[in-house]
Ligand binder design. Structure first.
Ligand SMILES: NC(=O)c1ccc[n+]([C@@H]2O[C@H](COP(=O)([O-])OP(=O)(O)OC[C@H]3O[C@@H](n4cnc5c(N)ncnc54)[C@H](O)[C@@H]3O)[C@@H](O)[C@H]2O)c1
Length: 246
C-alpha cells in the first residue's frame, strides 16, 4: 500500500464535533475530499447547517456541556469508524478572576464532555473491534500559559484519558490519540488576541516564527486518523511550531 492509499478515507464514517468553525470545519473539508462520509456536530446550528449542506453531511446540534445531549449524539451517530472530538471552549481570564461557574463550564465542555463522548462512541468501537479516536487537546497542557490555567488543566486531562483508553482498547483494535495544537489562527484565538488575553509568550518563542493555520491542523488530523498512522496510539502529538521547546 502506498501512503496515498493509506490517506484515502473512502467508506469511513467520521463524526467530527465542533465542525461549524475553525479546525473542525477544516477537518471536515479534508476528510470529505478524501472520500469520507461525515457526521458533523456543533452547538451553533446555522454555520453547522451551512457546512453540512456544502459537504453533503449528516448533522446534529448538541451542547457538549450536557451529558444527555452527548449520549443522544453518540446514539444517533451510530456505528462511526472514526471520532474526532474537537469541540471546545476557551474562557481566557486570569485565574484570580475566573468564577466557579466559568471553571465548571470549561471542565464540563473541554474535559468531561470530551471524555463522555469518547466513552460513548468508543463503546461501540470496542464491540465492533475497530475504530479510531482523535481528541483535540492543547499545547497549553504542556507549556501552561497565562489566562487559561483551568483550560490547560482540562486539556492535560484529555491527554491522560487518551493514554488510558489506548491501553484498554488497543487489544480491541481501537486506536486513541490526541493532537495538541499551539496557537493557530481561528475565531477562538482571534477573540482572545483582540482582548489582549492570548496567554502565550509571543511569536519570539515559536521556533518556526509564525502561528499555525486550521488547514495545517486538519492535515495532521487526517494523517493521524488514517491507516498511515496505524501503529500510533496513546500519543499526544504536539503541533505548535516549536513553542514548547522554549
Ligand atoms: N485555535 C487554537 O489555537 C487552538 C489551540 C489549541 C487547541 N485548540 C482547540 O481546538 C478545538 C477547536 O478550536 P478552534 O480554534 O477551531 O475554535 P472555534 O471557536 O473556531 O471552534 C470551536 C467549535 O466548537 C464548538 N463548540 C463550543 N462549545 C461547544 C459545546 N458546548 N457543544 C458543542 N460544540 C461546541 C463551537 O461552536 C465551534 O464551532 C478546541 O477544542 C480548542 O480548545 C485550539
Amino acid at each position: 500500500m502506498t501512503l496515498a492509499n493509506d490517506l484515502d478515507l473512502t467508506g469511513r464514517r467520521i463524526l467530527v464535533t465542533g465542525a461549524a468553525n475553525g479546525f473542525g470545519a477544516a477537518m471536515a473539508e479534508s476528510f470529505r475530499a478524501a472520500g469520507a462520509t461525515l457526521v458533523l456536530a456543533d452547538i451553533e446550528a446555522e454555520p453547522l447547517a451551512a457546512i453540512s449542506g456544502r459537504l453533503g453531511a449528516e448533522h446534529h446540534v448538541y451542547d457538549q456541556a450536557d451529558p444527555a445531549a452527548i449520549d443522544r449524539l453518540a446514539a444517533v451517530a451510530g456505528a462511526v469508524d472514526t471520532l474526532v472530538a474537537n469541540a471546545g471552549v476557551l474562557v481566557a481570564k486570569p485565574l484570580l478572576e475566573t468564577s466557579l461557574a466559568e471553571m465548571r463550564r470549561i471542565v464540563d465542555v473541554d474535559f468531561l464532555g470530551t471524555v463522555r463522548l469518547i466513552q460513548q462512541v468508543g463503546r461501540g468501537m470496542v464491540e465492533r473491534r475497530r475504530g479510531t479516536i482523535l481528541a483535540i487537546g492543547s499545547q497549553t497542557a504542556f507549556s501552561g500559559g497565562e489566562n487559561r490555567a483551568v483550560y490547560a488543566a482540562a486539556k492535560a486531562g484529555v491527554s491522560q484519558v487518551v493514554r488510558g483508553a489506548a491501553v484498554e482498547w488497543g487489544p480491541h483494535g481501537v486506536r486513541v490519540l490526541c493532537l495538541a495544537p499551539g496557537r493557530c489562527i481561528t475565531r477562538m484565538t482571534e477573540v482572545t488576541a483582540q482582548a489582549g488575553l492570548s496567554g502565550d509568550r509571543g511569536l519570539a518563542r515559536v521556533a518556526l516564527g509564525r502561528w499555525g493555520s486550521a488547514e495545517e491542523i486538519a492535515k495532521l488530523a487526517h494523517f493521524l486518523i488514517s491507516d498511515a498512522a496505524g501503529y500510533v496510539t496513546g500519543e499526544t502529538v504536539i503541533a505548535d511550531g516549536g513553542y514548547v521547546l522554549g
